[in-house]
Design a protein around this ligand. Sequence first.
Ligand SMILES: *Cc1c(COP(=O)(O)O)cnc(C)c1O
Length: 455
Amino acid sequence: MSTKTKRFILPESEIPTAWYNIVADMKNKPLPVLNPGTKQPLKAEDWYPLFAKDLADQEMNQTDRFIEIPEEVRELYKCYRSTPLVRAYGLEKALDTPAHIYFKNESVSPVGSHKLNSALAQAYYCKKEGTTNITTETGAGQWGAALSYAANAFGLELAVYMVKISYEQKPYRRSIMQTYGAQVIASPSMSTKAGRKILTEHPNYQGSLGTAISEAIELAMQTPNCKYTLGSVLNHVSLHQTIIGLEAEKQMAMAGEYPDIVIACFGGGSNFSGIAYPFLRHKISGEKDTRFIAAEPASCPKLTRGVFQYDFGDEAGYTPLIPMFTLGHDFAPANIHAGGLRYHGAGAIISQLKRDNLIEAVDIMQLDSFKAGILFAQTEGIIPAPESSHAIAATINEALKAKEEGKQKTILFNLSGHGLIDMTAYDAYLSDDLTNYELSDEIIKANTCKLEKLI
Ligand SMILES: *Cc1c(COP(=O)(O)O)cnc(C)c1O
């Protein structure tokens, strides 16, 4: 009988009490976010109409390496944290690899993904300053579900614009949000100017995160005592997610290992940032030479094939200009089932880290992601979210490379969520109804060449 430890859990007293702000350690700071009208760098005050003040201040904070997690948020974290660090012995065996594979299991949160880590923090800061209503958008429904849970926990009214294709493909995520008491609207909708405009031009438009963001911002600006919240891309969201990597660092130490490679799937970058930044600080300081790999869908490859430019975070152009790797704010990604990865850009911090070659990115084909997800389900027992399967596919590639090279590598990946509410996607794959999407250079160029004139 083997007595090898499989799961590593931290006692409550060891759960980190502060988030890690990587910007304080970055030698090259991200370029400033700009006001689209004046082209001047934004100040924290410029965000106040849209976001809770504390969140706006976190967004702009370049000096504090650690930011304390409020007591109220830590109490709610205790409902599911620490999340387990798991050694994937089953997957290692199936791959016959010398690599040691670990995953951080964020799927154990009550809503099934990492998104709750930031949702709780954002709802807390909104409540603290007296906000009564919040709005947001959601792609696959994971962020909306997390924020619904958090809004309910802090007694806030929430309106969620859900990308239409997901609203139809994932009705149970909508039910989850409604169960927690949120109002859910399919986007594009006729309830906002941005929605009406796109529906008039493209009546059959299936929606995108960019459009849903425009609608949620518009509603927040028009509703008294209302703030907007975002589930990814921005610095403060990544900050909250660092609880993942800070825990994982302690748990890897319990396992007596340190990762050679850290991998996460990449939509707007929040779960990647969350697991990567705490380890990345030891690379910036020169102590470690870990590789960091962001796994994107081949149909939405902003980090590998996008351009680095100032661009809007949303379709309609309501947000400030963000220095980002982008496919263009009106890029319409293919209707892949990993809805959470269908976003046109990467955040300002990630984009700078990529320019500085501190992180890498790979593109994963849809069919390869499902194949990897199914192997993971059959070897580790957890059905992964289609988004997370991109990280699994990238992990398998690295583990097989290690086997080829005959090298022992320690690989850590983030299991950002489970796929139990994504079974229509698995059905489609299992009945051979899914395809890969190739994206031509011409399409990318047609979308990104318009960006130059923004600055
Ligand atoms: C939202 C989501 C993602 C993608 O968003 P990031 O901000 O890039 O992390 C990945 N996995 C799951 C399970 C999600 O819900």
